[in-house]
Ligand binder design. Structure first.
Ligand SMILES: [Zn+2]
Ligand SMILES: [Zn+2]
Ligand SMILES: [Zn+2]
Length: 369
């Protein structure tokens, strides 16, 4: 397999290579940075909503009667900062008396599950990087506690996915800042592929593949020497994938990024289950998250994005996953529209070199620490 080009700081260097996702090798990305090769149309930044309160918005304070009743509010007393409600238009719901009959190859699983909305902030138009770290830490705490209570509520629920859509191109239909939780009776394929592949890697290498990737990202320089003469053949700057580093978390630009500005945040210390995070962990996660989002905002300006949490599934056959899986948060900014080529081939096309994107994000000027 061809090694990635290293001299990507030079804008003259055009990349055109297929990169294999090290965690899920069936997923690959065509990195094609040559101007003439740009096959995609640019997605516009989301119209930026900066109002703190909107009279007609169902998620604004004072309009609580426009949503189903709150499942949880934070804080419990007084005006709420964060609120969880049932989704008015759930894509999964309660048991039905008469599930559809499956026939032949057309197998179905009843769409049983839970679909809830987390109103991230009572302030209508506040972006993630504008929220305080304390608020973000509380928000992550609410993700964690609510995921836990969903898993506990029904043992048919095999996976709880927390995600956020921001901007219409990312699928957000309501502009008020919010996240969603979907609990499903099956483990989604994306998660299953990560779980199975990282377990295979663990069985062969006796270490977590995510930890290995973090180690590689934090290695700042590698030198390849000529075997005969001992002269330096090539120096590789592998520290080029780190965007932001906290005490406990690191934000990394994946080498095989599907989206031009995709960034992943992972705990530095091995941890499979997001539900095991402590308050101290969440404080640092909040800091790394806020700074990462500020970098994306500084470089892209009001970008539309999705983010989602991948954590160990709570199923009995995933015991070894404690050692082999490593939870993480994937942030996927939507800067271009996928084409028929991508849908037809399953091959993502990325027109910005991940090394260059990482450098721009690292060098972005962001406000005070
Ligand atoms: Zn609102
Ligand atoms: Zn690990
Ligand atoms: Zn993942």
């Amino acid at each position: 397999m061809k090694k990635p080009a290293t001299d990507t700081n030079n804008p003259e260097t055009e990349l055109r290579e297929i990169r294999i996702n090290p965690i899920v090798p069936t997923e690959s990305v065509l990195v094609a940075t040559a101007r003439g090769m740009r096959p995609k149309k640019a997605e516009q930044p989301a119209p930026r909503e900066t109002r703190s309160h909107v009279e007609t918005c169902p998620f604004c304070r004072g309009n609580e009667n426009m949503t189903p009743p709150a499942i949880t509010s934070f804080p419990e007393q007084g005006p709420w900062d964060i609120r969880i409600v049932e989704n008015l238009y759930p894509i999964l719901g309660d048991d039905r008396q008469t599930p559809n009959l499956a026939f032949g190859l057309q197998q179905t699983i009843d769409g049983y599950g839970r679909h809830e909305v987390i109103i991230d902030n009572s302030n209508h138009g506040l972006a993630i990087h504008e929220m305080t770290e304390q608020h973000l830490s509380n928000l992550f705490g609410i993700y964690r506690n609510h995921m836990e209570s969903l898993y506990r509520s029904d043992n048919r629920l095999q996976y709880v996915l927390v995600f956020k859509n921001f901007g219409p191109a990312a699928g957000a239909s309501i502009p008020h800042t919010h996240s969603q939780i979907i609990a499903t009776p099956v483990i989604p394929d994306n998660v299953l592929a990560e779980v199975q592949n990282s377990r295979n890697y663990f069985q062969k290498q006796h270490q977590c593949i995510f930890c290995t990737l973090i180690d590689e990202a934090l290695t700042f320089e590698a030198t390849i020497y000529d075997r005969d003469s001992g002269h330096i053949r090539r120096k590789i700057d592998v520290g080029q994938y780190v965007i932001e580093r906290g005490k406990k978390f690191v934000a990394i630009k994946p080498f095989a990024s599907r989206y031009e500005w995709e960034v992943h945040i992972l705990p530095l210390k091995h941890q499979a289950d997001f539900l095991q995070t402590t308050e101290e962990d969440l404080d640092d996660l909040a800091r790394v998250m806020r700074r990462t989002m500020a970098r994306l905002d500084a470089v892209l300006g009001g970008v539309q994005y999705n983010y989602f949490l991948h954590s160990i599934p709570h199923t009995s056959d995933c015991l070894e996953c404690d050692a082999s899986y490593h939870w993480h948060l994937e942030i996927c900014p939507r800067t271009s529209i996928p084409t028929g080529f991508e849908l037809g081939s399953g091959l993502f096309v990325n027109t910005v070199s991940p090394e260059m994107a990482a450098e721009q994000l690292r060098n972005a000027l962001i406000g005070p620490v």
